[in-house]
Design a binder for this molecule. Sequence first.
Ligand code: ATP
Length: 319
Amino acid sequence: DSKVAVLTSGGDAPGMNTAIRAIVRKGIYHDLRVYGVFHGYDGLLRGEIKEMELGSVADIVHRGGTILKTARCEEMFTAEGQRLAADQLKAKGIEALVVIGGDGSYRGAKKLAELGIKVIGVPGTIDNDIAGTDSTIGFDTAVNTVVEAVSKLRDTASSHERTFLVEVMGRNCGDIALHSGLAIGAESILTPEIPFDLQEISEKLLRGYRRGKNHSIIICAEGAGDIREIASGLKNYSGLENRVTILGHIQRGGAPSAADSLLGAMMGGKAIEALMEGKSEVMISHFQNEIVDRPLELAFKEKKMFNRKLYELANELAI
Ligand code: ATP
């Protein structure tokens, strides 16, 4: 029987558990022996590897986070750490590793491939910041969490006739801001990808107020700039009061949305298929409406595309 392992690495994301379940169950269904590695690469270096049974993934699909736990691991950046990681797998006769995580985690996987381990990447991160795939496991849930939180803020914003600035996650990628902002009809969406002008935004706010709008919501990705500076800039230009809310880590938690559970199941299943076809150094990708495998290095060689059309639509709707 071939032996394969799975780990989660980098930030956790809702739907990772569904992917783990799919990998374990489909693997066992096809007579593979499937091992879980706990605490990401850190646990791998320390040999925290346990064989998974059908029952070890029972009752987890509705839970956020990852039952395998996750970690960041400095040692994995060194040649010695990488060799130790590969040796831990080889010592147990494990020939392949599925890594659920972001592009950093894929870089670690690529190093293991150079040391003779077959590797498959599965995109798991709420940020949707991985090139080579249209969506990542956890993104839809995070967008839903933001939409829900903003609808509560909107009640108080409209009662007090105020502008609310809401900071959402996304250091290099404005997708959470863009998708949630468009979904809730935000007045402005600020992202790291598109430069913005506070004076212009202030004028838009003022035009809205003159037209009788009694509140405004501005969604800011973390990477767009310091939200407190943005807030005070807007206040200076417009003279309008505003309030800042930072949503923070609640965006990472919660039960996965149905869409993320499905994505996790499909991508986990596809990872096992790719392994059975003898593939390595591929990432599972949601591409042109299908779940496919594509070269792993797309994730670090290409730049994640920002959807300018959606951004323009959001602007047109928030006139
Ligand atoms: P997220 O975007 O959710 O944070 P990520 O996978 O991009 O996920 P990182 O913190 O970049 O998160 O990477 C996770 C781990 O992967 C690192 O702590 C490290 O152990 C390993 N890793 C990252 N980059 C490399 C690299 N260039 N070489 C070897 N290992 C790496």
